[in-house]
Write a protein that binds this ligand. Structure first.
Ligand SMILES: Nc1ncnc2c1ncn2[C@@H]1O[C@H](COP(=O)(O)OP(=O)(O)OP(=O)(O)O)[C@@H](O)[C@H]1O
Length: 253
């Protein structure tokens, strides 16, 4: 498995926020994490990526217990795209993406052709090559989001965690970014609010409710009217989508 978690528990004071979560993600798989506001998606992603320590349970990435892997070594394997991440303001788009190379560089080595190629490819993948010299603070919300994704791609990770990466993006870029994530030769775990996008781009979906996994499986198996009513408190019709295995949800007003 690329990523596996066993019995993860995390909370603050007396409140349990991630409640005994176990999951496994295969190499190359795109796993969607869905659930209502406050169900624990961001908290779980941060535990899986090693950005938070669980109170109990463990996470393995590429067969190694992440509690024992040095931070820098982990950063060479794992990238995390946060929800509306902040960046120092006085920098260009290219500078932000170059930061993705940090875990691969030593104090002695200069900027290499490999670093440059990774940055150029990442900018291209998010459609921001033309903006590479633009000042970060002048970008729109959606452009900033794409640059943060490019920074993660420049890291050349084997596993990528994305916390609502389609926030702020127009529909063209939502689809482009998720298609790219799905088609990349890496394992990704993506928290998403848009259930139709989750159905279109995720191989499997994990549903969180109050910190616990209440369903896990293919979009077809998971996204049923009963689950949508129970977990998301919405009435919906679910029909076969245009592609096999990708159901389409129509919410009832
Ligand atoms: N450090 C913290 N201290 C106190 N409460 C926290 C902390 N971190 C998270 N929480 C609470 O835990 C719950 C889960 O938060 P989390 O951000 O993981 O949910 P989410 O599913 O990502 O939500 P959303 O869809 O709204 O982004 C929320 O009620 C949140 O307020």
């Amino acid at each position: 498995m690329s990523v596996s978690a066993q019995n993860l528990v995390w909370g603050v004071r007396r409140k349990t926020i991630v409640a005994d979560v176990s999951l496994a993600v295969a190499p190359g798989e795109t796993l969607g994490l869905i659930g209502p506001n406050g169900s624990g998606k961001s908290s779980l992603l941060r535990l899986l990526a090693g950005l938070k320590q669980p109170q109990s349970g463990r996470v393995e990435i590429l067969g190694q217990d992440i509690a024992r892997v040095p931070r820098r070594a982990l950063a060479r394997q794992v990238a995390f795209v946060q929800q509306s991440a902040a960046t120092d303001t006085n920098v260009s788009v290219r500078d932000v993406v170059r930061l993705g190379r940090t875990p691969h560089r030593s104090a002695l080595s200069g900027w290499t052709a490999t670093d440059e190629a990774a940055v150029s490819a990442a900018l291209e993948q998010v459609d921001m090559t033309d903006r590479r010299t633009q000042a970060w603070q002048t970008l729109s919300g959606g452009e900033r989001q794409r640059v943060h994704i490019a920074r993660a791609l420049a890291q050349s990770p084997r596993v990528m965690f994305l916390d609502e990466p389609t926030n702020h993006l127009d529909i063209h870029h939502q689809i482009e970014i998720l298609r790219m994530v799905r088609d990349l030769d890496l394992t990704s775990i993506v928290a998403l609010h848009d259930l139709n996008l989750a159905a279109m781009f995720c191989d499997r979906i994990v549903v969180l409710q109050a910190g616990a996994v209440v369903a896990c499986g293919t979009p077809e198996a998971v996204l049923t009217p009963g689950l949508l009513r129970e977990v998301f408190r919405v009435e919906a019709e679910v029909s076969a989508g245009r592609c096999p295995g990708q159901p389409h949800i129509r919410f009832k007003a």
